[in-house]
Design a protein around this ligand. Structure first.
Ligand code: CP
Ligand code: NVA
Length: 303
């Protein structure tokens, strides 16, 4: 495995499968009340420039359960926010910490931190990517469907960080990924082109949600306006109005389709209350799995 998890391009198929195997094992141990503390004496630095419930909790609780501790840092707390260089921050932090998770705006900041740090850097979400989320999502698909191979996974909505990371994953793993995005809101062009050329199980972009979800095993959606795009919220709710995951849309999918959302959700916008609370929804298991999968990532990278 690479030193860092900056994007899912850092992982080959064996790395993905190792993370899923360890996640399963760690979940089993945790459910069985077995204490397992391979990261005793280790410290995780947590730099957060954006809000978080699941990512913060899963890493903070996760490192604690693995025997280590976390130190939570916002830009207000550290000198990075006052202009200390990323290079100095990374090299200094490497002298104290055993790993860093960072949630911020620019992917370039995360990449730069990793370039200078000698400890693992984990991407906890940027405007471009959210690799840890998609690892937990695929782990959830394995739990619910027994495998990811050959699954048809349909992403409906904004071509954002979640969509980009799904396209990254499709380059290594043999599932069929379809995306339905409005014109002008497709995934990152470079990531998409690479996905189309190199995807293991196929990748198709549609503008029609009904076409994208036809016979799908999984339907996935996310907010129409991500963190940092709050001022576009109004405009986006018009552009995306035909992209709602509702009862009618899910009726085009397989009968046993599972509905996924990384959360937080805006009910009544990208997904109806009925669907997110309905029998096909797995969103709470998906959220819980962040914990088990994040523990596996830390165990592997920091152990
Ligand atoms: N899904 C996710 O990353 O949630 P948070 O923003 O609450 O961390
Ligand atoms: N696309 C969302 C994901 C939140 C977990 C955002 O970036 O706000």
């Amino acid at each position: 495995m690479n030193k860092d998890l900056l994007s899912l391009y850092d992982l080959n198929r064996d790395d993905f499968d190792e993370i899923f195997r360890r996640s399963e094992k760690l979940k089993e141990m945790s459910k069985g009340g077995i204490s397992y503390t391979p990261l005793r004496g280790k410290t995780l630095g947590m730099i957060f420039d954006k809000s978080s419930t699941r990512t913060r909790l899963s890493f903070e609780v996760g490192i604690y359960q693995l025997g280590g501790i976390a130190t939570f840092l916002t830009r207000r707390d550290i000198q990075l926010g006052r202009g200390e260089t990323v290079a100095d921050t990374a090299r200094v932090m490497s002298r104290y910490l055993d790993g860093i998770i960072i949630r911020t705006f620019a992917q370039e900041l995360v990449d730069e931190l990793a370039k200078w740090a000698i400890i693992p850097i984990i991407n906890g979400l940027t405007d471009l990517l959210h690799p840890c989320q998609i690892l937990a999502d695929i782990f959830t698909i394995i739990e619910k469907k027994g495998r990811y191979e050959g699954m048809k996974i349909a992403y409906v909505g904004d071509g954002n960080n979640i969509a980009n990371s799904w396209v990254n994953a499709a380059v290594e793993l043999p599932f069929y990924l379809t995306l339905a995005c409005p014109a002008g809101y497709e995934p990152d062009e470079f990531i998409l082109q690479r996905g189309i050329k190199e995807s293991e199980g196929g990748l198709a972009l549609f503008h029609s949600p009904a076409e994208a979800v036809a016979d799908a095993d999984v339907i996935y959606t996310d907010v129409w306006a991500s963190m940092g795009q709050e001022d576009e919220q109004k405009k986006r709710s018009v552009v995306f109005q035909d992209y709602q995951v509702n009862e009618k849309l899910i009726s085009y999918a397989k009968e046993d389709v599972i509905i996924m959302h990384c959360l937080p959700a805006h009910r009544g916008e990208e997904i109806t209350d009925e669907v997110i609370e309905g029998p096909h929804s797995v969103v709470l298991d998906q959220a819980e799995n962040r914990l088990h999968v994040q523990k596996a990532i830390m165990e592997i990278l920091m152990g």
